[in-house]
Design a binder for this molecule. Structure first.
Ligand code: TYM
Length: 341
């Protein structure tokens, strides 16, 4: 049998837990926008992943609001939902169906190696939900239910994408369907694939960090953005003359990378421009740039969120279009597995 060649298709998603931050924007969202003109893209809000850690009656309203907020962030950042379906994962049931088949393909040994599960649970593994453990299997299903060839994400998702390839390969082998699922390429690109905390340059900027000062939220106003950058931790030395001079200076490196990503420049160019400057002058230019780039997104998000019914219509339309792609692929999976009817 000849292997199938897949046409290029992009799928990516974000969890609707807390507000999106600069890491989500520079590591992923900004690249998603750029890919829309080059390939067919689908962007989902992974609401089923969001219930792996915190859910229940008390969280219902917050989850619903977060789903709309993430959809609004996608659109406000430049995703055109007419071109690229924007939808929530739970409304395309084929994601969950395929995840079940994949949970019978993936091996426990593979899952035991997933570092994010270990990081998220720490010493309290027994109290974690089973869903948190199988989370990367659902992620593989999110991608492969569209036979997506490219997945733009930040650096922290690399291991999950390797697992996605392993699952695709094992499925293709086990069910004698060479090339049925593509071996998806991660697209981890740009100067800010791993944006670090503003309080500690060795820790990833994260939605769950206790300190709000550690991250810039996409909804922060101009004063908050400027103050967080002004107060960002740095070291006492001036900025270096070359990239080599950033070694062992994670906070300086992080701020340079953030500047480069926001300005659409190479980190090298930014280093040359600010060589020998004190952090105070660099920080005020960075704050000005961040405010100029981020506050229009926040304003557009506010405008969109004022009409939740319209966001719901966009999500519903996106789910219908996504299902039109997913349903025939799921039918073929059922045939390959031997589920008659
Ligand atoms: P999530 O919701 O944690 O993050 C969404 C995206 O933002 C990127 N990101 C970062 N990039 C740079 N620096 C950071 N500090 C930073 N923090 C987050 C993430 O790499 C991601 O691209 N498992 C995924 C969601 C998911 C998914 C998928 C992604 C579920 N199914 C299918 C792609 C395809 C996650 O939890 O991302």
């Amino acid at each position: 049998m000849t292997a199938i060649t897949h046409t290029n298709r992009v799928l990516s998603g974000m969890q609707p837990t807390n507000t999106l931050h600069l890491g989500n924007y520079l590591g992923a969202l900004k690249n998603w926008v750029a890919m829309q003109d080059r390939m067919e893209c689908l962007y989902c809000v992974v609401d089923m992943h969001a219930i792996t850690q915190d859910s229940g009656y008390g969280k219902r309203e917050t989850l619903a609001a977060s789903i709309r907020e993430v959809a609004a962030a996608y659109i406000a950042s430049g995703i055109d939902p007419k071109k690229s379906p924007v939808f929530n994962q739970s409304r395309v049931p084929e994601h969950a169906e395929l995840a079940w088949v994949f949970s019978c393909v993936a091996r426990l040994g593979w899952m035991d190696r997933m570092t994010q599960f270990k990081e998220k649970t720490g010493k309290h593994k027994e109290r974690a939900s089973v869903g948190l453990y199988t989370y990367p299997i659902l992620m593989a299903a999110d991608i492969l239910i569209y036979q997506a060839t490219h997945v733009p994400v930040g650096e922290d998702q690399r291991q999950h994408l390797e697992l996605t390839r392993d699952i695709a390969q094992k499925f293709n082998n086990d069910f004698a369907a060479p090339g049925f699922f593509p071996l998806t390429e991660p697209v981890i690109t740009g100067p800010a694939t791993r944006v670090m905390s503003l309080r500690d340059g060795t820790k990833k900027m994260s939605k769950t960090d206790e300190s709000d000062m550690s991250r810039i939220n996409l909804t922060d106003d101009a004063d908050t953005i400027a103050s967080k950058i002004r107060k960002a931790r740095t070291d006492p030395n001036p900025l270096p003359e070359s990239a080599k001079g950033l070694e062992g200076r994670p906070e300086a490196e992080n701020l340079i990378n953030i500047y480069a990503a926001l300005a659409d420049e190479e980190a090298e160019t930014v280093i040359r421009r600010f060589a020998g400057h004190q952090f105070s002058s660099f920080k005020s230019e960075l704050a000005e740039l961040a405010v100029a780039k981020l506050t229009p997104i926040a304003a557009e998000m506010r405008r969109l969120l004022a009409d939740p019914a319209e966001i719901d219509r966009t999500l519903k339309d996106g789910a219908l279009r996504a299902r039109a792609i997913a349903a025939p692929i799921m039918d073929e999976v059922k045939r390959l597995v031997g589920f008659v009817g």
